[in-house]
Design a protein around this ligand. Structure first.
Ligand SMILES: Cc1ncc(COP(=O)(O)O)c(C=O)c1O
Length: 380
């Protein structure tokens, strides 16, 4: 049978490639962004209780009311702003489905979407499959600061959407209040939709504050804020997330969501809703992961790797230019095969695979794994 690929140049996601190699060579896997430890037993018990209490049929198509209420309460507590749980919050199959559905809902043939690179790897295929044109703004190591003048020059009448990600995977940087104000100013009096990927909103270090798009009224009015309950509660395999947006935008989103996903795993939603009644379940995450970041970096200090400590997310970039001239992909592969540590080469997230001589390490790992990996890396 003959068929013509709709995504001819899209390769297998780097996460599958690197995790596959890590398994093959029995390497410590600091590549893919998920914990190698279990979430809270209390949450498991609540999901089990939900299954045993009859929460096993289709949930409400926009998300179980309990969970939407819990999300609305969380947002009010942290950001002091409100989304109507009836009309402005939708539970999704992970953040990735929210992102895909938002893009599919609004992007038509030849619409332009501004994407900051390095970018989480679902954005560009999701734009392209809908006929959109990704317009890249490349950020540069080590600070990955946005040049808003460049963004301004790339905005034109075809610009339909801007995708931001803060805290940022893979760099571990965050948009400042000034960045958000610049974005707000640039989009004023336009019809540009902002997709704000905030899946790491609860993993912020050194007392900094996460600048959510929902904190800025004009931005909030044009934004989808996306989050991941899988990331937040250490259960990425549950694939559960949500997005929030003003009613007019969300009404459009729902038209597509109801016929692609319809509704999300019910007992998981109920269990998480009950678990979130205790705000410390998400408020304590920053301290938890900051200790892991510091444990990992303590070992690397004094090695040939150079770094700026991650400000948010559970990723740390390490610059290896004093160790080798290899490109990041070759070095990442050699680290697995010869040294038994797996990482991600971020060039795959960059425009034209720009090689910035850095590797991304995930520190959502047990202390034992972090110590072992740090020991190996510090001896290179
Ligand atoms: C920036 C970013 N957005 C979205 C996701 C996907 O989240 P989920 O697993 O909830 O689909 C990830 C996962 O690594 C991510 O890093």
């Amino acid at each position: 049978m003959q068929h013509q690929s709709k995504l001819p140049n899209i390769e297998t996601t780097i996460f599958a490639v690197m995790s596959g190699l890590a398994n093959k060579y029995g390497a410590l896997n600091l590549s893919q962004g998920y914990p190698n430890f279990d979430g809270d037993q209390k949450l498991f018990d609540l999901v089990t209780k939900a299954m045993n209490s009859g929460y096993n049929q289709y949930a409400h198509m926009y998300g179980s009311p309990d969970l939407r209420n819990a999300i609305a309460k969380k947002i009010e507590l942290i950001y002091n702003t409100s989304y109507n749980p009836e009309t402005e919050i939708n539970v999704t199959v992970g953040a990735t489905q929210a992102i895909y559905t938002i893009i599919s809902t609004f992007i038509r043939q030849d619409d332009e979407v501004i994407v900051f690179r390095p970018a989480y790897d679902s954005y560009i295929p999701s734009i392209k499959i809908n006929g959109g044109i990704p317009i890249s703004v490349q950020l540069h190591a080590p600070y990955f600061k946005v040049d808003w003048e460049e963004v301004k020059q790339k905005i034109n009448s075809k610009t339909k959407m801007i995708i931001i990600n803060t805290p940022h995977n893979p760099s571990g940087t965050m948009f400042s209040k000034d960045d958000m104000l610049q974005l707000q100013e640039l989009t004023k009096n336009t019809n540009i939709i902002v997709l704000s990927d905030e899946v790491y909103e609860h993993i912020i270090f050194d007392g900094e504050k996460h600048q959510s798009a929902c904190l800025f009224p004009d931005l909030k009015a044009r934004s989808f804020v996306v989050s991941s309950l899988g990331k937040t509660f250490h259960n990425t395999g549950w694939k559960i997330g949500y997005c929030c947006a003003p009613k007019d935008l969300m009404d459009e989103f729902k038209k597509l969501h109801q016929f692609t996903v319809f509704s999300v795993n019910h007992p998981t939603q109920k269990g998480i809703a009950d678990y979130m009644q205790e705000p410390n379940t998400y408020l304590e995450l920053s301290g938890f992961f900051q200790k892991k970041r510091d444990l990992f970096l303590d070992n690397i200090k004094g090695s040939l790797f150079k770094f700026i400590p991650s400000k948010g997310t559970y990723f740390q970039l390490l610059n290896y230019s004093e160790i080798t001239n290899e490109n990041d992909f070759d070095f990442a592969k050699r680290l697995i095969v010869e040294h038994g540590v797996a990482s991600i080469p971020p060039s795959v997230f960059n425009e034209n695979k720009l090689d910035q001589k850095v590797l991304r390490f995930c520190f959502a790992k047990t202390d034992d794994t972090l110590i072992k990996a740090g020991d190996i890396l510090s001896k290179l």
